[in-house]
Ligand binder design. Structure first.
Ligand code: PMP
Length: 387
């Protein structure tokens, strides 16, 4: 047989799929893969069901239902003071994953360099490489996730087409602050580069931390593309309704990619998401406070067992250093071990790096029911008191 595409063939099955499969096989509580449980808004599910039976089930407009595009422009104004033209600057996609692919395929020319900050969400690199881009990786590392300014200065060059920035960041839980963003904006200006801003966790930010879209900084309006996901805002990851927001000049090539990748996204789900985005502040505050409560519950439980727990500023992930428990082995071995032996699945943090010497951190997702989190803590406590 003739060989398939070499870039994509070089990647194995994602760690999320591997750990979820192991969790299913062993009956473990799955705190690995980042999908929420028990947080889905019932009214949105009803709105989607209504739209399914009473609305159209044919191709919606390529850019998305007008009511959803209007709702996304309203959302940008309401939360960030960004004025967005819903007709020219918004496109609805099948999840943020498709939006990311559209931006990368739409903007990258073979040989363009793309600066990325590890740890990384797993779809970025294969798509960049498939588009002919050259990744330039810099890293933040646990426990402090400090922005490596010197390494970033060195990674940027005249060949840099874009920076891929994920804030709030998966899996680190880091939220980039105004000073870090201003530094990045300076590099974009200096090298005339764009930024692809993966902001899927925009509403999952805790305490004093604030999500600031890079696009809102001076000079950044036409350099940045914002990507979001209803999956995260409404805890409905299976819906795969995402979007991208950018100035018309950037939107044109992005939409070309969308036209040939999926063209559209189910209209009924789009209609429900449009309703959801208009929810009052109580919804958004409740989402944050509900998740902060779960984060604290899991953090306190894990600390009691003896893990060293890192703070989470944003996202629904919590990272722990498992060395205090005396486990001998790396993070991959640790995550397999607790899945099969304690009945709780987690994800090794090193899986988010191309190569990492730091292999003693595991990531837990806390967007689960409080009962599931309590049971997971009880299982881990039982296991580690025995071993
Ligand atoms: N970006 C990041 C950082 C993510 O964590 C995820 C989902 N886990 C996505 C993008 C993909 O979002 P969607 O499900 O809307 O495709």
């Amino acid at each position: 047989m003739k060989p398939a595409n070499a870039v994509l063939s070089s990647y194995g099955t994602t760690i999320f799929e591997v750990m979820s499969l192991l969790a299913r096989e062993t009956g473990a509580i799955n705190l690995g893969q980042g999908f929420p449980e028990g947080l889905e808004p019932a009214d949105l599910i009803e709105a989607a069901a209504r739209a399914l039976t009473t609305g159209s089930n044919q191709y919606p407009p390529m850019l998305g239902l007008p009511e959803l595009r209007r709702a996304l422009a309203d959302h940008s104004r309401r939360f960030y003071g960004l004025e967005v033209d819903w007709q020219k600057e918004v496109a609805v996609t099948s999840g943020a994953t498709e939006a990311l692919a559209c931006v990368l395929f739409g903007l990258i020319e073979p040989g363009d360099e793309v600066v990325l900050i590890e740890p990384l969400y797993d779809s970025y690199l294969p798509i960049i490489r498939r588009a002919g881009g050259i990744p330039k990786l810099v890293r933040v590392e646990p426990p402090h996730w400090t922005l490596p300014r010197q390494a970033l200065e060195e990674a940027f060059s005249e060949r840099t087409k874009l920076l891929l920035l994920n804030s709030p960041m998966n899996p680190s839980g880091k939220v980039f602050d105004a000073d870090e963003l201003a530094f990045l904006a300076g590099l974009l200006e200096r090298y005339d580069a764009y930024a692809l801003c993966d902001e899927v966790y925009e509403h999952l930010v805790f305490g004093e931390n604030r999500h600031i879209p890079l696009m809102t900084l001076p000079g950044m309006r036409r350099r940045c593309v914002r990507v979001g996901s209803a999956g995260k805002i409404f805890s409905l990851t299976g819906w795969k309704v995402g979007w991208t927001i950018a100035c018309p000049e950037l939107m044109t090539p992005i939409v070309k990619a969308h036209q040939f990748l999926t063209f559209t996204t189910p209209p009924n789900l789009q209609a429900a998401v449009a309703e959801g985005l208009a929810k009052d502040d109580a919804y958004y505050d409740g989402l944050r406070s509900g998740l902060a409560r779960r984060r604290d519950l899991l953090a306190q439980g894990l600390e009691k067992i003896g893990f060293s727990v890192l703070p989470t500023q944003g996202s629904y992930f919590l990272n722990v250093d498992f060395r205090p428990l005396g486990f001998e082995g790396d993070d991959v071995a640790f995550c397999r071990h607790i899945t099969t032996e304690a009945g709780v699945a987690a994800i090794p943090v090193s899986a988010f790096y191309q190569q990492s010497d730091v292999t003693h951190f595991a990531r837990f997702c806390f967007a689960k029911s409080e009962e599931a989190l309590e049971e997971a803590i009880a299982r881990l406590a039982r296991h580690f008191s025995r071993s």
